[in-house]
Design a protein around this ligand. Structure first.
Ligand code: SF4
Length: 248
């Protein structure tokens, strides 16, 4: 099946695949180990197409501006000025480490969008998809969400997370996407809405398990920096089916 690499909705859904000539070098996901085609979804602002390489610069609003357009307002990895108060303080240090290639992606999608020849990706009969590397699908309009939903449904397997699991429009993803949860309170809320979460520490997931009278089975992410395996070949898989804690 042929799709566009740069898909414009209210935000851009940018598809990248090793098998379509893209370089994917994430050490945790290890796309090169996937036995079938590996596709990544990145959500970017539409102005990336007009502004290209200037996308994340401080002169035009910088990372704060990009995050306010494409990220979940409920993510703990937002820049401090956007981060919800409950995720401020010692325990919640650090911002999204996927912001580094923004500049590069902005330039890429500008170039690809301008060329009918470059703006295509062939989906193999068998593929897995990761949703999303940067940006949250909760920032998309219904048309964009339909596109992502079909991409997941037509895949052989997928990896997916969202911090926007509280939004009404996201409820149809609750069996496909892991809810990003950062506190036990988040986990209880996600649980009451029927989501399965990823992101608690192992200790907090065990406490949460007790709070649900053991109803929740707790799995631990097997990834470590020393392992040769990555998400692309993970047997647990963050695909909305299990409660999974961080590996530490
Ligand atoms: S559980 Fe598996 S898919 Fe999820 S983050 Fe860990 S290694 Fe990746």
């Amino acid at each position: 099946m042929q799709l566009k690499k740069v898909n414009v909705f209210n935000n851009v859904v940018y598809l990248k695949s090793l098998q379509s000539g893209d370089t994917l070098s994430n050490k945790k996901t290890k796309p090169w180990l996937s036995p079938i085609q590996y596709v990544e979804v990145i959500v970017l602002p539409t102005r990336a197409i007009d502004q290209g390489i200037e996308l994340p610069n401080s002169e035009n609003g910088g990372l704060t501006s990009v995050m306010s357009e494409v990220c979940s307002k409920e993510c703990r990895y937002l820049v401090n000025s956007l981060r919800p108060n409950r995720y401020k303080g010692k325990k919640f240090k650090g911002i999204c480490n996927q912001n580094r290639p923004l500049n590069f992606w902005g330039a890429q999608i500008k170039k690809i969008y301008a060329s009918e020849f470059l703006n295509q990706i062939i989906l193999h009969d068998q593929y897995q998809v990761r949703v999303s590397v940067f940006g949250d699908i909760g920032s998309l309009n219904e048309e964009g969400l339909n596109f992502v939903y079909d991409l997941i449904q037509n895949s052989n397997s997928h990896l997916a997370y969202s911090a926007d699991w509280r939004l009404d429009k996201m409820q149809r993803f609750k069996t496909l996407v892991n809810a990003s949860v950062f506190t036990i309170e988040d986990a209880l809320e996600a649980y009451s809405l029927g989501w399965k979460g990823y992101g608690l520490s192992r200790e907090d997931l065990l406490k949460f398990r007790l709070l649900t009278n053991g109803e929740v089975k707790a799995y631990t992410c097997p990834y470590t920096t020393k392992t040769l395996k990555g998400c692309s070949v993970c047997e647990l898989r963050c695909n909305g089916e299990k409660w999974i804690s961080l590996g530490k």
